[in-house]
Ligand binder design. Structure first.
Ligand SMILES: *Cc1c(COP(=O)(O)O)cnc(C)c1O
Length: 223
């Protein structure tokens, strides 16, 4: 099936209140153009350089999402390019974002990435460390937290729902709090193979790569 047909099929399955983020990592500009023509305006990349390159070569009404691990020395390239950083995963990174965006007097919109599967190899904050991160967010002037992002452990598919539910509980818990600089609007969870379950459990943004663009040539993994 073509990229256009994949998107049309997904649009039928995804409710209107759920955002479809097209994960275009490793894919060439032509593929993104095809998705753009089929109505996609939100694209997700996991590498800063690739995001910047594509941003410069595609229409300006696209919203670019950084979904991969972000190294502190790359933050500077994202100012004026990125719409939403999904991968805020440490206080160190938060402070760098505050500093770099602050220098240009720009606001950075971010999601807190939670390591819900407690995987050592994965980034994201453990849930018991969330409050410490939130305390630091409240001190910022240039960072706004818009919600939560989660990547479910691979090879543990039968537990997807458990992880989705647990994440939604955290999201709902934070939603009613009145922390400075924090507004729980976006719950980014669900990918090609589990987006239906994620939506049933309360996701309002699904990140879909292979389900739109076909298999990737090399496995870049979750991060
Ligand atoms: C690659 C990636 C996706 C998309 O995965 P698919 O299985 O291709 O849908 C979603 N989220 C993150 C963080 C990714 O790195």
């Amino acid at each position: 099936m073509s990229i256009k047909e994949n998107i049309e099929n997904l649009n039928l399955k995804i409710p209107e209140n759920v955002k479809l983020l097209a994960v275009s990592k490793t894919k060439p500009i032509e593929d993104l153009k095809e998705a753009y023509e089929a109505g996609i305006r939100d694209f997700g990349e996991n590498k800063v350089q690739e995001l910047v390159y594509k941003e410069e070569n595609l229409p300006k009404d696209i919203k670019w999402h950084l979904i991969g691990k972000l190294q502190t020395n790359k933050v500077k390239y994202l100012v004026d390019k990125v719409y939403l950083i999904h991968s805020l995963s440490s206080i160190k990174l938060l402070k760098e974002i505050e500093k770099v965006f602050g220098k240009k007097e720009k606001i950075a919109n971010v999601l807190m990435q939670i390591n819900i599967g407690r995987e050592e190899s994965k980034s994201g904050v453990l849930k018991e460390d969330l409050l410490a991160l939130i305390e630091e967010v409240e001190k910022c002037n240039y960072v706004r937290v818009k919600g939560i992002m989660v990547i479910i452990p691979k090879g543990d598919e039968k537990n997807n729902r458990k992880y989705f539910k647990e994440t939604k509980e955290i999201f709902d818990y934070l939603k009613v709090k009145e922390y400075k600089n924090i507004k729980m609007e976006v719950l980014s969870m669900g990918m090609t193979h589990d987006f239906n379950e994620a939506i049933e459990e309360g996701s309002n943004l699904v990140r879909i790569g292979q389900g739109i663009f076909g298999e990737r040539n090399y496995n870049t993994g979750g991060e």
